[in-house]
Design a protein around this ligand. Structure first.
Ligand code: ADP
Length: 270
């Protein structure tokens, strides 16, 4: 679907993206990294809003799809017309994209992203969470081949985050969805592939299940009250440690999660 080959971008002396190479097919891809790791720069290059200094973004073309694929883009701060209602905004984007059977399509999207009850409200009067769900919904108008979501859950409460994940999973059966975020739980249950980005470089990437199974031997549950000064995180009532070998007596190996992996990559000395 899309190949990114040796893409680099600098802003003066800051190297925002360094030799980024990856191939994207149908599925949900998570780009995970802390603030400043180059995620937005990558998203802007894929959408054509920003020119890279070098490298290329190639889209596969076939007889069925001879043109550049359609890309739905939800930037961190989506600009939307404040006096449009929710329905008018979606309808406007649908017209621009030449969508057939607009009413049906918009109803389905509003339902998927839980904004039907706000359909006649003007955008300027929406709560932050509803506004963000509208911004996400408009990225899926016309079911483009590629949808790019940059920090999509900012402003969503815990329930809305769960609904967001359900809706994206449901929508993404035949498209490439790329979610850039530093919030691991937003992609944990839905990503097919994960790319960890640090200082503009991919530090680890692959299928989520493969990454996690490789990492299983690194995760330990510590005995209650144990003292350990290595890499740890609290998980409910337990404390988990990330260590290549049994960190202390009584530690029990446990299945790895994406949160553990993130901690391993970004939690140590950098
Ligand atoms: P992320 O989306 O992961 O937070 P960005 O792509 O926004 O990362 O930024 C990557 C690096 O490039 C950061 O060091 C950031 O400060 C820098 N950067 C981004 N945009 C600009 C810009 N327009 N001018 C100068 N530096 C920038």
């Amino acid at each position: 679907m899309m190949k990114i080959i040796n893409v680099s971008k600098s802003y003066k002396s800051t190297r925002a993206l360094v030799d980024f190479t990856y191939e994207f097919g149908v599925g949900i891809y998570a780009i995970l990294g802390p603030n400043g790791s180059g995620k937005s720069t990558l998203m802007n290059i894929i959408t054509g809003n920003l020119a890279p200094d070098g490298g290329s973004v190639c889209f596969s073309q076939s007889e069925d799809a001879p043109q550049r694929p359609k890309i739905g883009y939800v930037p961190q701060q989506a600009a939307m017309y404040p006096y449009f209602t929710v329905y008018e905004m979606l309808d406007y984007v649908a017209v621009l994209n030449g969508v057939d059977k607009r009413r049906e399509h918009i109803e389905a999207l509003m339902q998927a992203f839980d904004i039907s009850s706000s359909r006649d409200k003007r955008i300027r009067s929406l709560s932050g969470g509803t506004r963000q769900r509208l911004a996400i919904a408009q990225g899926f108008i016309g079911l483009p081949e590629i949808v790019i979501l940059d920090e999509p859950t900012a402003g969503l409460d815990p329930l809305q985050r769960i609904l967001f994940k359900n809706a994206v999973k449901k929508m993404s059966t035949d498209m490439t969805v790329i979610i850039a975020t530093h919030i691991v739980s937003d992609v944990e249950d839905i990503a097919d592939e994960v790319l960890f980005l640090d200082k503009g470089r991919i530090v680890k990437a692959g299928k989520l299940q493969t990454l996690l199974s490789e990492f299983d031997t690194y995760c330990w549950r510590l005995p209650k009250g144990a003292v350990y000064d290595g890499l740890t995180r609290i998980d409910g009532e337990d404390v988990r440690a990330i260590a290549p070998q049994k960190p202390i007596e009584g530690a029990v190996p446990v299945a790895a999660t994406l949160e553990d992996y993130y901690l391993k990559i970004f939690g140590g000395e950098r």
